[in-house]
Design a protein around this ligand. Structure first.
Ligand SMILES: Cc1ncc(COP(=O)(O)O)c(C=O)c1O
Ligand SMILES: [Zn+2]
Length: 405
């Protein structure tokens, strides 16, 4: 294992990676896993990856775990397609909908559950906007661990059903992910749960950073000019930025970086608001509402990291309305053959806006992340469609044939 220690992103303190940790005990800062990259440099070359397993574990040397003693908890996550857009030359769709459990959350949970099992933890708890809960439930099932999941009662039905089938303990909450987080925090000590909340343990980021390794590898070790990422808690964005630094230290890429773009739903856009106001942290968003369930995160624990990355990378933050997102789901499906989660389709909205404003030029290579599959959102999408375009009247149902969809 090349994992050396954990480092606080606020105060820089080091903690041992030999036991489980949540956040920095001193200041609550997010902890980053640090590896002995100097030792790996030159020994592990990007060429060595050729022929390795087509999962995120192809990057095992820069991931946590002890593969020499215990295999990672894997369901085949990662190494998802990088699809050249048919519509926009130089644009790519990174399709995370093909992951186990249908979203990029699988990557984070594969790494976090691998480490939890290694540490002998038995009960894991998570507040979730939906997909993280489903992913934890699946990986806990694969590892033989207990999963305790708290999610809003109006998450897509797929999220509730998958958790149930995977054998997790599910609590539906009349509130948002922030209310779910409070419940986990209140009960975890008494119940002996280990909290795997977004950025409150160090290894989900590690799984998600593999998206950054894949962007580089799949584009021939050349980073694009821009990456657009649907941001709730922001782990995907944070993880990829960390991956770029690691790859530079390994000598796999140079100092160039993509402009990192956050896209959020207009009904819950705390990062966009903070970015536009030039702030380094975000305020709690009140009255969050969007059918892009994964973006209904009123306060991101790692807001300071997200905003710093946007600034350092000369990126920006863009909001997309639910109507724009639904139209983008339909457009991507018909123009590209990609049936995207609403969160993912928001990336297309952001790209179109940034092309219109001149932020991106036609010859800029830009990767749009589709973070999940639409198949998990059919109920929310159907309800949303009905509000935009009401169902046809019953009189059109003639001879058992219902009128056009
Ligand atoms: C499909 C999808 N996309 C994006 C996000 C936002 O991810 P993050 O919280 O890592 O920013 C989520 C979170 O639930 C999600 O489910
Ligand atoms: Zn600290």
């Amino acid at each position: 294992m090349n994992l050396s220690f954990l480092e606080c992103t606020r105060c820089g303190d080091h903690l041992s990676a030999d036991q489980p940790h949540n956040v920095c005990p001193k200041d609550g800062g997010v902890l980053y896993a640090r590896y002995d990259l100097a030792r790996l440099r030159g020994k592990l070359r990007s060429d060595d990856l050729k022929g390795r397993t087509a999962t995120m574990w192809r990057y095992a040397e820069v991931l946590p775990g002890r593969p020499e003693n215990e295999k990672p908890v894997t369901l085949g996550e990662g190494f998802t397609p990088m699809l050249p857009s048919r519509e926009y030359p130089n644009v790519y769709v990174k399709d995370e909908g093909l992951n186990p459990t249908g979203s990029f959350k699988a990557r984070g949970m594969s790494a976090a559950v691998t480490m939890a099992r290694l540490f002998g933890l038995k009960k894991l708890a998570v507040p979730s906007a939906g997909n993280a809960g489903g992913a934890l439930a699946a990986y806990a099932a694969a590892a033989g661990l207990e999963a305790h999941i708290f999610m809003p009662k109006d998450v897509p039905i797929a999220n509730r059903m998958e958790c149930d089938y995977y054998g997790a303990h599910v609590t539906l909450v009349d509130g948002l992910i922030s209310d779910c987080a409070r419940l986990v925090a209140e009960r975890k000590e008494k119940e002996d749960w280990f909290d795997v909340s977004t950025l409150k343990e160090p290894y989900r980021v590690e799984g998600k950073k593999t998206m950054g390794y894949e962007v580089a590898e799949q584009l021939g070790w050349k980073l694009p000019q821009g990456i657009i990422y649907p941001t709730g808690g922001g782990v995907g964005l944070i993880g990829m930025w960390k991956a770029f630094d690691e790859m530079e230290q390994l000598g796999w890429i140079g100092p160039e970086r993509p402009r990192m773009i956050t896209v959020q739903a207009a009904g819950c856009a705390p990062i966009v608001k903070a970015w536009e106001a030039g702030k380094s942290t975000a305020e709690m968003w009140t009255g969050a509402e969007t059918f892009a369930a994964g973006l209904r995160v009123p306060k991101a624990y790692g807001d300071y990291l997200i905003l710093e990355i946007l600034k350092k990378s000369k990126g920006t933050a863009v909001a997309a309305t639910d109507e724009e997102i639904l139209a983008a789901v339909r457009h991507w499906a018909s123009a590209e053959g990609v049936f995207a989660a609403p969160e993912g389709a928001a990336s297309l909205v952001a790209y179109q806006k940034l092309r219109a404003s001149g932020f991106f030029k036609a010859d800029d290579a830009v990767v749009l992340f589709n973070t999940g599959t639409a198949y998990k959102y059919l109920d929310l999408m159907e309800a949303m469609r009905r509000t935009v375009r009401p169902a046809p009247p019953a009189s059109r149902n003639i001879g058992g044939i219902i009128g056009p969809y």
